[in-house]
Design a protein around this ligand. Structure first.
Ligand SMILES: O=C(O)CCC(=O)C(=O)O
Length: 264
């Protein structure tokens, strides 16, 4: 699913984009899961009024972390062969699933996530050995605040400070004038390494815009101090220890994504 141009873009620019990774039936199943999360009140507004604490009553940057314990479909997604092959090609084996989360921007008052490098949180010594897979659940475009990335920024670790408009994020100030806007139709995904500076914008459209992000980490950098307090299960996806999540989830989820998506 990725060719040598994609792999070289990932190494040199810090990211590559894979359109149509999932088909319309699969995307519909994912959209239904997202609607269920919303209906069950699981998503939380992390947007604050500028002091990093007081919840914003108008603008909304909705998040849900983690996902594996809320949806069998999303739990199985990072084990799907298409994803596994791409991530193996980009960061090498063995690797594990580090994090999973959802970002939802409601119509009109959805807001973006400020510029940051994931490696400002994780600080692995080679930022190309970890990657995010940001999957568009809805068509993501400039108007609804899609992802923006700064090519080549993985080579420069920027200073980060607390983002006053979020209750937990940090932010940096990369050279925005060189940023690229990544428009990706539902079912497509951007893969960007832990060093790539990225942000998302406000949603000015009249439709919700949701993306889910999975983070994958090469075994050489998967130290125990990188275990997030809200995501303490890190199943190996490839390598000798890979069991399809059997130890972490009590069930081997390999091959389940297709079955669950088709039967939704
Ligand atoms: O989708 C978003 O709004 C934010 C994505 C993001 O910042 C991330 O994946 O780290």
């Amino acid at each position: 699913m990725v060719d040598h141009h994609d792999i070289s873009a990932f190494h040199q620019r810090g990211y590559c984009v894979v359109p149509d990774l999932f088909d319309p039936v699969e995307i519909l199943a994912l959209q239904e899961e997202v609607s269920r999360f919303e209906a069950e009140g699981l998503v939380r507004n992390v947007r604050t009024q500028g002091d990093g604490e007081t919840p914003d009553q108008v603008q909304a940057n909705l998040q849900l972390i983690p996902l594996f314990d809320k949806s069998d479909l999303l739990r199985a997604l990072p084990f799907d062969d298409r994803v596994v092959n791409i991530v193996s090609s980009l960061i090498g084996d063995p690797y594990l699933l580090h994090l999973d989360q959802l970002f939802m921007k409601p119509a009109h008052h959805g807001t973006g996530t400020s510029w940051h490098q994931d490696n400002a949180y994780f600080k692995i010594s080679d930022p190309l050995r970890g990657t995010a897979m940001w999957l568009a659940i809805d068509d993501a475009n400039e108007r609804n605040g899609t992802l923006r990335l700064v090519p080549g920024s993985h080579l420069t670790p920027f200073e980060h400070e607390r983002d006053p408009y979020s209750n937990h994020h940090i932010r940096c100030y990369p050279p925005e004038q060189t940023a690229e806007t990544i428009e990706v139709a539902a079912g497509g995904a951007a893969f960007f390494c832990y060093g790539t500076a990225h942000c998302t914008g406000d949603n000015h459209s009249d439709q919700v815009r949701t993306g889910v992000a999975f983070h994958f980490l090469h075994g050489d950098h998967a130290s125990e101090d990188l275990v997030a307090s809200d995501r303490d299960r890190r199943p190996w996806i490839t390598g000798d220890s890979a069991r399809g999540g059997l130890e972490e989830y009590g069930v081997d989820v390999r091959g389940q994504f297709l079955r669950l998506a088709r039967s939704a």
